[in-house]
Write a protein that binds this ligand. Structure first.
Ligand code: FMN
Length: 183
């Protein structure tokens, strides 16, 4: 097995994150890895927003104001502070466009694969990551506040930073539970 396989077999998402966030060089390399996602038609149907510093409070404010009418006060306050759980949040956006051979779902899957590659590259550089969505990912007010076009979707918020305390191991399914040979 290669170092890549060993790394994959040992990775876990990490919810408890603190400063420092990934540095610029690490980020650039990780985004270059994201751009290696399989991409039918080479449409590059993705983009990313990097949020840090005061931007995290602005993002929380956007979550809270967009969802205020749909949630109670306690939940609204939770949304307001949600982005402060990490020193950096990367918004992964799928930007599908009409194509005669590549349906929208394939373009969204490509953006999600890129988000996965980004997650792995940041972990390989020693940072913790946690891919989150929640109702805010699908809220039109959040989309508008982040400047998404009509055709775009949020594939996730990648919370990243340094691991403050590692999460306990997650039980992993045995391959025989989800793999069959066919026919
Ligand atoms: C599209 C997507 C959305 C997710 N949204 C959330 C979320 O909102 N909250 C959460 O706790 N985990 C969420 N997760 C799961 C975590 O990122 C993580 O995979 C999970 O906690 C299992 O940890 P592991 O990656 O170590 O197996 C999401 C994962 C994906 C792929």
């Amino acid at each position: 097995m290669t170092a890549v396989t060993d790394f994959l077999l040992n990775r876990s998402s990490e919810p408890r994150l603190e400063a420092p966030a990934p540095d610029r060089e690490t980020l650039d390399r990780a985004f270059a890895c994201a751009a290696r996602a399989p991409d039918h038609g080479l449409l590059r149907p993705w983009r990313y927003l990097v949020v840090e510093g005061d931007g995290l409070e602005a993002l929380g404010g956007l979550f809270a104001s967009a969802c205020a009418d749909d949630t109670d006060e306690r939940q609204t306050e939770k949304l307001r502070t949600a982005p402060l759980r990490a020193p950096m949040v990367i918004v992964g956006i799928a930007s599908p466009r009409p194509h005669p051979k590549v349906p929208e779902v394939e373009q969204v899957m490509s953006a999600a694969a890129g988000m996965g590659f980004l997650e792995l590259a940041l972990q390989d550089a020693g940072y913790g990551v946690m891919w989150r969505t929640g109702s805010v990912a699908y809220h039109p007010g959040v989309h508008e506040g982040l400047g998404l076009s009509e055709n775009e979707q949020i594939v996730g918020f990648l919370y990243t930073g340094s691991v403050s305390s590692a999460k306990p191991p997650v039980p992993r399914p045995g391959v025989e539970e989800f793999v069959r040979h066919w026919p």
